[in-house]
Design a protein around this ligand. Structure first.
Ligand code: COA
Length: 326
């Protein structure tokens, strides 16, 4: 049986650091409030002229190097992002060009912060069917471009970054065992950006009404997110006869430390088996699970044979989980 296995990981964070003290100068908030409610201490923000594809390319180069592969080895590119460089072409297309890949297929996946699990599992399908041997799966965001820095509910959380994983066919029992993707559109108004699409194309009016910024009902997002995290991961583990105690490392979407802690508690996973780096990067959307996996590898916390659980949720709502043998 062919499984898709992660054979290389990479992450890239833009240089510019935005601390809680910096945000105190922009909105009515405090370092203490942000740390207590979110666990976030600082986040990274793109520079003037820098955008999602720039971050994606850097992360992808690192993932390919860690897999000891070259752009020529890539058979397909998939990029999870909510903040593409442009509406047209896809960011994946720009990555294909900039990496110097062959004329392989490339697509963007928009599943908000669940874009990590969505892109990884969709990429894995091409390998499991035998269609492709290697897929480059990336999550990349420049969420600061759609953040309203007068809105203290969102600007403290959303941030920029990119991560990538090289998926390769494996037949030794390692790799992605299973995964589930879900969505429920009834929650769309809890986290959305109204302007710039076909419903409200950019006009002076949409700009004046601040419609090109993400809107979020944080408190409601919080409650649904914890439930979905817990449900999706518990169901996945149970289906394969695993208990929480079998999981060596849980790598969740880094939305907020309180969400991660609440979800881990419901699933009965102690925090020493949960990877957390939200304090350094904030919520980097579709990038966050990829960035966390890359850092977990570098920290020696993902070892061959480990049972690894990942999960993410985001606006839409869209969410999902995956289980793999590292
Ligand atoms: N600094 C200080 N006070 C703030 C604040 C900030 N940055 N943001 C909100 N507040 C205030 C509110 O105005 C409110 O004040 P009031 O009681 O006087 O009206 C109070 O804090 C409580 O607001 P509430 O929204 O209930 O806070 P919360 O505990 O839910 O925390 C979030 C707000 C956004 C941190 C939290 O809801 C959250 O993390 N939600 C999930 C967001 C998320 O993960 N989104 C991404 C999904 S992929």
């Amino acid at each position: 049986m062919i499984r898709a296995k992660i054979v290389g990981t990479g992450a890239y964070a833009p240089d510019r650091v935005l601390t809680n003290a910096d945000l105190e100068k922009l909105v009515q908030t405090s370092d203490e409030w942000i740390v207590q409610r979110t666990g976030i201490r600082e986040r990274r923000i793109v520079a003037e002229g820098e955008a999602t594809a720039d971050l994606a390319v850097r992360a992808a180069e690192r993932a390919l190097a860690s897999a000891k592969l070259t752009p020529d080895d890539v058979d397909f590119i998939i990029v999870g992002t909510t903040t593409p460089d442009m509406i047209l072409p896809s960011t994946a297309n720009l990555v294909q060009l900039r990496l110097g890949c062959r004329r392989v297929g490339s697509i963007d996946v928009l599943a908000a912060c669940a874009g990590s699990v969505y892109s990884l599992l969709m990429g894995a399908q091409f390998i499991q069917t035998g269609k492709y041997r290697r897929v480059l799966a990336i999550g990349a965001e420049a969420l600061s471009r759609i953040v309203d820095y007068t809105d203290r509910g969102t600007c403290i959380i959303l941030a920029d970054g990119a991560g990538a994983a090289v998926l390769e066919a494996a037949e030794d029992g390692s790799g992605i065992i299973d995964g589930d993707l879900y969505s429920d559109g009834k929650y769309w108004e809890l986290l959305y950006m109204p302007g710039g699409g076909a419903r409200h194309p950019a006009t002076h009016e949409t700009v004046d009404k601040r419609m090109h910024f993400a809107k979020m009902k944080g408190n409601e997002v919080f409650k649904v997110a914890v439930r979905m995290f817990a449900e999706s991961t518990s169901q996945l583990l149970a289906r394969h006869g695993f208990k929480a105690s079998d999981v060596d490392l849980f790598v969740p979407h880094q939305a907020n430390l309180r969400i991660i802690e609440a979800a881990a508690k419901r699933v009965d996973l102690p925090m020493d088996r949960v990877f957390v780096n939200v304090d350094k990067y904030g919520n980097t959307g579709a990038a966050s699970v990829y960035v966390a996996m890359a850092e977990a590898v570098d920290a020696g916390r993902l070892r061959p044979g480990d049972l690894v659980l990942i999960a993410a949720f985001g606006g839409g709502f869209a969410w999902g989980a995956a289980l793999m043998r590292w």
